[in-house]
Design a protein around this ligand. Structure first.
Ligand SMILES: Cc1cc2nc3c(=O)[nH]c(=O)nc-3n(C[C@H](O)[C@H](O)[C@H](O)COP(=O)(O)OP(=O)(O)OC[C@H]3O[C@@H](n4cnc5c(N)ncnc54)[C@H](O)[C@@H]3O)c2cc1C
Length: 284
């Protein structure tokens, strides 16, 4: 389990890091190393050059900015899980970070790494999609913002270009919206066989006037369960109705099949976890 040899750079400015990315071939960014290093040890990734972001200042923060909260891409799961600001204003992120892997993974793994890796079973991507977050990428041509719905392109593929660095994630302050993230975790590493993130608002009569549901582990990338959202929006959410709607959670999705579950099992589990996550959000 020893990686192939590589050159290691540890720049102290973003500019230096960007210069490395554009001037060398076959370069990989290193953040928390919780996905990249295992892949390198298995020799599924053999980058010639590694650019470590850990010594670049000001990539690790959680700040309020008007009606939004911004997170530096090197912010760890642990920092997200324990952030009083996020717990008060965007609880879906701490709820999600709290169930990623184990303590070691949460201490090292970063929000930027998790999103850039675009694992189809990643927890954070489901929350980010549900929150309609935006990601800031900086590259040789300057900076651009990418909406969550455009960010996750396919299996382990994000919208980032190889010479771009994800520097910031911007989420809305939720001001009273109710949220939950629940997953059926596979036992070995804790990855989601199915994970469902929910963000909803109920009006005074108990009708749902705002709803987003993000699903991970089911398709080749995270997705919004729009069919379920459409059925539930504007309605009072009683148990039977939620169950009926949740049957549509895999509509239009090519459900994956692997050692953790068949298509049928995953589809069933997605329905069950959609019901549970909607109910958990209502009670949050
Ligand atoms: C034992 C174990 C259990 C795990 N369980 C879970 C789990 O339950 N749920 C879950 O969601 N994940 C799980 N993971 C994966 C974990 O969440 C990773 O931390 C995360 O996927 C990657 O974040 P990182 O900071 O470690 O990134 P790295 O591993 O350093 O990088 C990952 C990828 O993103 C790229 N990258 C990193 N940062 C940037 C950036 N700022 N800009 C552009 N590209 C960048 C890298 O080049 C690399 O391709 C687990 C991992 C392990 C080892």
């Amino acid at each position: 389990m020893i990686p192939a040899s590589f050159e290691y750079y540890s720049p102290t400015t973003l500019k230096e890091a960007l210069d490395f990315l554009s001037s060398r071939e076959d370069v990989k960014i290193l953040a928390g190393g919780q996905s990249l290093v295992p892949l390198m040890k298995l020799r599924l990734a053999k980058p010639r050059t590694i650019v470590d972001l850990s010594r670049i200042p000001d990539l690790n923060y959680i700040r309020e900015q008007g009606s939004r909260i911004v997170l530096g891409s090197m912010t760890t799961y642990e920092q997200i899980e324990t952030s009083a600001l996020l717990q008060a204003k965007c609880p879906l992120l701490p709820q999600t970070a709290a169930v990623v892997g184990d303590v070691q993974v949460r201490n090292q793994g970063t929000i930027g790494g998790s999103l850039a890796h675009a694992d189809p079973a990643g927890d954070m991507p489901a929350a980010i999609l549900t929150l309609a977050a935006e990601m800031k990428a900086i590259g040789p041509n300057g900076e651009r913002w990418i909406r969550a719905e455009d960010f996750f392109v396919g299996l382990l593929t994000s919208a980032l270009e190889p010479d771009e660095i994800l520097t910031e994630v911007r989420v809305p302050a939720l001001n009273g919206a109710k949220t939950a993230y629940l997953k059926a975790a596979q036992r070995a590493a804790g990855f989601a066989v199915v994970g469902v993130a929910v963000c909803l608002r109920l009006d005074q009569n108990g009708s749902c006037n705002n709803l987003a549901i993000g699903v991970t582990g089911v398709g080749d990338k995270v997705y919004r369960a729009e069919a379920v959202e459409k059925i539930l929006l504007g309605k009072r959410l009683d148990a039977n109705f939620i169950e009926q709607a949740a049957r549509e959670v895999t509509r239009g999705v090519d459900v994956i099949e692997d050692i953790n579950g068949s298509k049928e099992y995953r589809s069933h589990l997605a329905g069950v976890y959609t019901v549970r996550a909607v109910k958990a959000a209502m009670q949050a």
